[in-house]
Design a protein around this ligand. Sequence first.
Ligand code: B12
Ligand code: SF4
Length: 320
Amino acid sequence: MARTLQAADIKARAKQLGFDACGIAPAGDFHELDAFKEWIARGYAGSMAYLERSADRRADVRRVLPSAKTVIVTATVYNTDRPLSIERASRGDVRISRYAWGDDYHDVIGVRLDALLGWMRETSSDPFEARAYVDTGPVQERVYAQYAGIGWIGKNSCVINPQLGSWIFLAEIICSLALDTDQPAFDQCGTCQLCLEACPTQALVSPGVLDSRRCISYLTIEHRGDIDAEWEAAIGSHVYGCDICQDVCPWNELAPTSSDPAWQARPRWDQPTLDGLTALADEELGDALRGSAMRRAKPAGLRRNIEVAARNAKRAADRG
Ligand code: B12
Ligand code: SF4
């Protein structure tokens, strides 16, 4: 029967649908959002022009949905029981970001978020407006996640939940319902600086601020064309994305793993080797990317990255 929706009902439903955490932030123009335009102005977005194009809308969710009163933020653990990238340092190993081993999260979480929104529409006695986004919407997901109490924005710029760690996907429903909101999460990085120190390209230029142009994740996923020779050696054996700033984070030491089949590594991407990937024909590479978040880099981008890793492996072998 239709009723007035309460925050607790939505959170309980989110749990049933497979979300590991759910919190609610007020729709507001939080001070952290001001940093976005400055970040663009410094050139830190590199060639990700879509970020600049949507900068005005990203300044406040009410520019996306003028009637917005709250942002329901979900977190989904994608961590699985496999070694960290920094533990895969043997000759011939290549590294692929943890988030990309299983099914494409845009698809999987998109379906779950639509189910949550569909249930809200069926259950709420009050009509409301809403927009649901997973990653690709004009929303600073990390800021709203922090204000929804999901986790704080760490020095590695990732949202860290004290129980779940940072191997989490974020997704949100912006809505016009005036729901009870959560307390924002508070910073628990303290004096730690491990992520800043570990980044092979010093992409974390100051705590919480990442220059994408230096980030291995950006270089291997978003950047098109040749990779500047300056970064080649530092990319090492990374063939898609980079996890180092999360691998070294103490908050991930006891991070739980997920048994959700969606995030389990597909055989092709489970601890891959350079020889195994180099041997793939274009068609096989294309097939292996079907339904995977790695489609973003396209077969040509992945091939380019495999070639970089191969040159790095040869240099290492030549050094003996
Ligand atoms: C563009 C983008 C990237 C870019 C830039 C990343 C970055 N750090 O900005 C690149 C390609 C490099 C990237 C890499 C990765 N990404 Co990405 N990415 C995004 C995207 C689409 C937008 C982020 C953005 O606008 N960045 C610009 C910065 C300025 O904005 P922001 O991240 O919102 O940060 C805010 C605060 O940090 C604050 N702020 C600014 N300065 C300061 C200073 C301090 C001290 C503090 C506390 C705050 C603060 O202001 C910003 C908002 O104005 C989001 C999805 C989304 N719609 O938000 C996913 C997202 C951030 N990415 C995600 C993931 C998983 C990754 C990778 C782990 C993938 C990988 N393994 O390769 C890496 C992580 C690298 C890293 N350390 O960030 C997840 C992060 C989940 C989490 N736990 O935080 C998101 C949320 C996608 C999702 N829906 O799950 N990503
Ligand atoms: S490694 Fe240390 S400084 Fe970096 S995000 Fe984790 S706790 Fe914060």
